[in-house]
Write a protein that binds this ligand. Structure first.
Ligand code: SF4
Ligand code: SF4
Length: 511
């Protein structure tokens, strides 16, 4: 008989739960990258490293991707939904995590559950839990590393460093507490027995205990060979980053839409239904279409609200609007940050009165690389950017390290800056967004090209101002953006109202 693959193992659990049984099984998978049900492997994984080294396996539960090796215990629990069918997603996660937490605590580990889906000890991750519920069945999974090869993990995942605290900037090793580092002689069989006992007590019924399967994984979730989306938008939410990619026909009607992200979406079909609602609609109506599709019902996603999904539709339409001005390819490099989600992209663009540039775009040989300022010697695009900003009397700053960024943002806020143009990589914006949220100054971001410290895994060096590769600022695009800003600002000054040229979609602020 051919060995079972992990998704088949999950499906077998679900099938039995659909017949009214509660089933608990434990598995140790071969080395693999285990991606969440809704993740885009290209965004979540370092596929260039994974290559043919080990398979990429997609599980049925949502949430983030994981780097697994045989020293990771995967507990799979399936049960009739019963009282869990209508529970709020975050309540369900903590309720079903409780027996796993109790089992870990029973091993003498002072662990706690932290939303949305982690079991931690002293802030370090011990386990992650994931859930899905549909067709009257709940599938709940706990992934518990007994030992962990952090080096492999860093090579495998585009690590969600956003979960690091600010004073942290901690080394990745400090984020994890594999069980063998806490209880070196812990027998995994004893842990499984504790989980089974605690689960039986919590559920009030004894789950049928599945024997460990013989698992063999083949690659099931490799990168797709399809053209890049015509318009892409993303939104950081408390439940993770949610992406919306759309492909358009020549009339700007949506041919195909796709939501992805490491979000814990419990309803396995919700994102597919939202995608279907967008097909054949005008991209500029994505926001209202999604609002109607949600119908006022909170989405079954931990940490994501209906307003988030609707706003993502707005961001998609706004990017399309930018694309009509500057070309769709250019639009993918431009994002807006409106702290209260009230301002349109053009309102923010017309209000720019400062430009922030990253040190990493200056040549490594330039003596100004790690200093604020630039004498515009003419040998790099940063000099052109300085010239463009100075010609408009805009404040222009080279950000030299993370603490410098925070100080500059605080200064902008204190001066009453209306908005700034920030040049940085998208990864930085996503993973350090709290610095921008804390300052509360609206922004338009222009993505940099070339090697970034995320692609080169040098995040920590970058935050300290020691990243030694060179990123690329598209000075021509920056110039076109600032020209557009000038026209909007001039129109604003003439009419006294937000730009007559401002026809970009405005967020509805509704859900
Ligand atoms: S233009 Fe400015 S940043 Fe670029 S090389 Fe010259 S001095 Fe350095
Ligand atoms: S995170 Fe790294 S690549 Fe991105 S803007 Fe900062 S220094 Fe540059």
């Amino acid at each position: 008989m051919a060995p079972t693959q992990f998704p088949d193992y999950e499906q077998a659990h679900i099938a039995r739960a659909a017949r009214g049984e509660a089933v608990l099984g434990f598995a140790c998978l071969a080395r693999c990258a285990l991606v969440g049900a809704f993740e885009d492997p290209c965004r979540a994984l370092r596929l260039s490293y994974i290559g043919d080294r080990f398979p990429v396996v997609r599980r049925l539960t949502g949430g983030g991707s994981l780097s697994l090796d045989p020293d990771t215990l995967v507990a799979v629990l399936a049960l009739p939904a019963g009282p869990y069918a209508t529970m709020a997603p975050d309540t369900l996660m903590s309720a079903l995590a409780a027996p796993f937490l109790a089992a870990i605590r029973g091993c003498g580990i002072d662990a706690a559950f932290t939303a949305p889906n982690d079991i931690v000890v002293a802030g370090r991750k011990v386990a992650s839990v994931f859930a899905r519920r549909d067709a009257g069945v709940v599938l709940f999974e706990a992934v518990i590393p007994l030992a962990l090869d952090v080096e492999e993990l860093l090579k495998t995942l585009r690590l969600p460093l956003e979960k690091l605290s600010e004073q942290g900037l901690l080394a990745a090793r400090q984020r994890f507490a594999p069980l063998f580092t806490l209880v070196p002689d812990l027998p995994s069989g004893a842990l499984c027995a504790r989980i089974a006992a605690e689960t039986a007590q919590a559920l009030g019924l004894a789950p049928h205990r599945e024997s460990p399967p013989l698992l063999s994984e083949t690659s099931r979730a490799a990168a797709e060979d399809r053209p890049a989306a015509d318009v892409q938008a993303f939104l950081k939410t408390p439940g993770g980053v949610l992406y919306l990619d759309v492909w358009l026909d020549p009339r700007a009607l949506i041919r195909e839409a796709r939501f992805t992200g490491g979000v814990a979406c419990l309803d396995g079909d919700l994102l597919a239904r939202l995608q279907a609602s967008l097909v054949a609609t005008d991209v500029t109506e994505a926001e209202s279409t999604l609002g109607r599709a949600l119908g006022g019902v909170p989405p079954d996603i931990v940490g994501v609200e209906a307003a988030d999904i609707v706003y993502l539709g707005h961001l998609c339409a706004a990017r399309f609007h930018v694309g009509r001005r500057l070309g769709l390819a250019a639009a993918t490099q431009i994002s807006v940050f409106s702290p209260d989600r009230a301002a349109s992209g053009e309102t923010l663009l017309g209000a720019i009165d400062a430009v922030l540039l990253p040190y990493c775009a200056k040549p490594t040989w330039c003596k100004w690389r790690h200093r604020d300022g630039c004498p515009e010697c003419g040998q790099c695009a940063v000099g052109e950017a300085y010239g463009l900003a100075r010609a408009r009397n805009l404040m222009v700053v080279t950000i030299t390290r993370y603490e410098h960024l925070r100080a500059v943002l605080a200064d902008l806020r204190d001066r009453g800056a209306r908005a700034f143009l920030g040049v940085c990589c998208t990864d930085f914006f996503l993973k350090r967004d709290y610095a921008f949220i804390e300052a509360g100054v609206p922004a338009v971001f222009l993505d940099i090209g070339g090697d970034t410290c995320y692609t080169l895994r040098q995040e920590e060096a970058a935050y300290a101002g020691r990243f030694e590769a060179e990123a690329f600022v598209d000075a021509r695009l920056l110039g076109r953006l600032l020209d557009w800003r000038d026209r909007l600002a001039a129109a604003d000054a003439t009419t006294g109202v937000a730009g007559v040229e401002d026809q970009s979609p405005r967020p509805s602020l509704g859900s």
